[in-house]
Design a protein around this ligand. Structure first.
Ligand code: WTA
Length: 645
């Protein structure tokens, strides 16, 4: 591997007018002035008085006193500057239908949608839940909310009715925006009836707006609740396409996005306007070296995750990007779908997740080889550690050995990219996120919060406030503090939950989560959340869930259950259905094992580490803390020797 790596030299310097080295130097010299300069690239209706107010940690205030409109920055100003004819979105539907939406089109749609939402009586600060497939209306709905100062909560379309309901209730959403159905793997599947199921007696919800996406491709008519439900196209048809954007405080809430933590209840991560948009636009510009008007960018994430928020909606649109948005799965109707789209639209910047790269590897290099991928200039990776094999394959078979790869580390909570190499600046290292971006202070520390030396491992922390940082957990500031800030409170550092190490050059390698959060195909899943879904089954007394290593998806979910009393152990299929209903199919355990007891400490805590050892095919280590070590020996025997892990 080292030989191959040594051949990789830095590609052309790639950050527009700023050299990467200059950016580092300027940020180093004066961090606040550096961020102020980034913020000035946006349009502000009122200037800020203070760049940063960190007097009440852990809630920062950035650009306090400044006022702006996020949607105006993402759409109107580009039209006003004469770029109305530039394509904002080349949209590709799964069945092959396409739409090219210019900034002028987007401007019209967002104004109409804003007028329509305002007409329903929504006021700044109200919450709107959005559960939509990857269609242009999803972007329009988010921007219309931003334009009105409404707080959106986008819920991944693959989440179950119960998961949607929990999010609607927690944020007390007044309106839900959804679709009649969605195309998944070549088939139209209903969505609206699931949303109805979610919203039975949901007392905060006044209106459900329904986008017609699949229409007659569904077997049944869309179920309808008169007085509550309204078609998106009816609502927009009656709305004016002129809407003056009002300005909002820099700290006005922009969105809530729920993410899994170490308890059963997802956290509503809150982001605000000015700082978030500043860092979203800055990182999108420098990490991808985006050049407006000439690049064609494609981020393959779903809008239901933070990557979709920051790198499909806010960052790229603030930077006047022309981008591809694809609705469907990568192998419908064939395994060359992504390469065909890159060839067709001459995509130059492509941002995806390691799991997908490993899937492409499995399908074979002969597939991308059939397409002209010479337009690609920078490749990105996000969501999980990228293994060197996948990195090299991506570099070779997608990037033609030319394009730099930016491995970007960040989280829902950080709002935007934090650690990533700048393309062309340093020799790339397959599998390393390398350095904090200019303006970001990230380091690896030991148990006491002291920075570790080159070559050593520890915890990744962020040591100074950053503009896109979360401003709390919706309705639970205490949980925000205890989850992220108490661990290294002595240093005021943010604890990311990831392990990391420095190599001897001082570059950062992300090692993965140190807590009970799993990462399956780049999606964050909580062991506790899945366990609580399993124990909701009447025949289950106890459950433990672990993430075992998986060559394709990074981790896979394995459940262990103890049946209740004399009850027959429930079948694995039955239990999987329980999890799919509580959370969604992405969370269903690959394997579920019925065991007589779970390994516990004397104080009754489940020791998941030992179950993970077994699931990974390792000998369980350090069983001395167990109340009864025989329990784990027994489970290990039931498992037998494993060769597939
Ligand atoms: C993991 C996704 C290694 C990490 C943007 C983090 C990564 C969690 C990388 C956040 C990367 C994200 N290398 N690990 N480049 N990017 N992660 O909130 O464990 O869905 O804590 O945000 O994904 O997941 P989230």
């Amino acid at each position: 591997m080292d030989d191959q790596v040594n051949h990789l030299t830095p590609a052309h310097p790639a950050h527009g007018n700023d050299s990467g080295a200059e950016l580092y130097a300027r940020a180093e010299a004066d961090r606040k002035a550096f961020w102020a300069a980034q913020a000035r690239r946006l349009h502000w209706d009122e200037p800020w008085q203070h760049v940063l107010d960190w007097s009440r940690p852990p809630i920062a205030r950035w650009f306090d006193g400044g006022r702006l409109n996020v949607a105006y920055n993402c759409v109107d100003r580009h039209v006003e500057a004469g770029y109305g004819d530039q394509v904002a979105v080349h949209w590709v539907g799964e069945p092959g239908d396409t739409r090219d939406i210019t900034y002028r089109d987007l401007h019209r749609m967002v104004q109409q949608a804003a007028n329509a939402l305002a007409g329903l009586g929504l006021r700044a600060g109200d919450r709107v839940a959005i559960q939509l497939p990857m269609i242009p209306e999803a972007i329009v709905a988010m921007l219309a909310c931003a334009r009105l100062g409404l707080v959106h909560s986008v819920v991944f379309a693959g989440f179950s009715p119960a998961a949607l309901r929990a999010r609607v209730d927690d944020a007390r959403a007044r309106v839900v925006v959804t679709a009649d159905g969605q195309y998944r793997r070549g088939r139209a599947v209903p969505m609206k009836e699931k949303v109805d199921e979610a919203l039975v007696d949901a007392d905060s919800v006044e209106r459900v707006i329904v986008v017609r996406r699949v229409g007659a491709d569904l077997d049944d008519d869309t179920p309808w609740q008169n007085g509550r439900d309204i078609w998106w196209h009816d609502l927009l048809r009656d709305a004016s396409d002129h809407h003056d954007a009002e300005s909002f405080d820099a700290e006005h809430p922009l969105f809530i996005l729920y993410t899994s933590g170490t308890t059963g209840k997802p956290k509503g991560i809150l982001h605000t306007s000015g700082g978030y948009l500043t860092q979203a636009a800055y990182t999108h510009r420098i990490v991808f070296d985006h050049r407006p008007g000439s690049d064609v960018y494609w981020c393959t994430a779903d809008i239901g995750w933070i990557t979709g928020h920051t790198y499909l909606v806010y960052g790229p649109l603030a930077n006047r990007t022309t981008q591809v948005v694809y609705e469907g799965t990568p192998n419908v109707p064939h395994e060359g779908r992504h390469w065909e789209i890159i060839q067709r639209y001459r995509v130059s910047l492509y941002y995806t997740a390691p799991t997908l790269i490993r899937t492409f590897m499995k399908w074979g290099e002969q597939i991308p080889a059939r397409y002209d991928l010479s337009s690609l200039r920078v490749l990105g990776s996000v969501g999980e550690p990228i293994n060197p094999e996948a990195w090299l394959w991506y570099h070779q078979h997608v990037g033609g050995g030319r394009s730099p790869i930016v491995d970007t580390w960040w989280q829902t909570e950080t709002g935007a990219i934090m650690v990533a190499p700048l393309p062309g600046l340093r020799a790339p290292k397959p599998g390393a996120a390398q350095r904090p971006l200019p303006g970001i202070g990230a380091k690896v520390v030991d148990d006491e919060g002291r920075q570790v030396s080159p070559g050593a491992s520890g915890y990744l922390v962020i040591d100074s406030p950053w503009p896109a940082m979360a401003r709390g957990i919706w309705g639970d500031d205490e949980r925000f503090r205890t989850t992220y800030w108490d661990r290294f409170a002595a240093h005021d550092d943010y604890f990311a939950g990831d392990g990391a190490r420095y190599d001897t050059d001082g570059d950062i390698w992300i090692l993965g989560r140190t807590d009970d959060v799993m990462n399956v195909s780049g999606h964050r899943l909580s062991t506790a959340e899945i366990e609580s879904a399993l124990v909701a089954h009447p025949a289950v007394a106890e459950a433990a869930v672990v993430g075992a290593s998986d060559a394709l998806t990074g981790q896979r979910v394995i459940g262990f259950v103890v049946a209740r009393g004399e009850a027959d152990p429930p079948t694995a299929d039955d239990l999987r259905r329980y999890v799919a209903e509580a959370i969604g199919p992405i969370a269903t355990p690959r394997e579920i094992h019925s065991v007589p007891e779970l390994p516990k400490t004397r104080s009754g805590k489940i020791v998941r580490r030992l179950l993970r050892d077994i699931a990974d095919g390792r000998e369980p280590s350090e069983t001395t803390t167990l109340a009864d070590p025989a329990v784990i020996t027994d489970i290990a025997q039931r498992f037998g020797p494993r060769t597939d892990a």
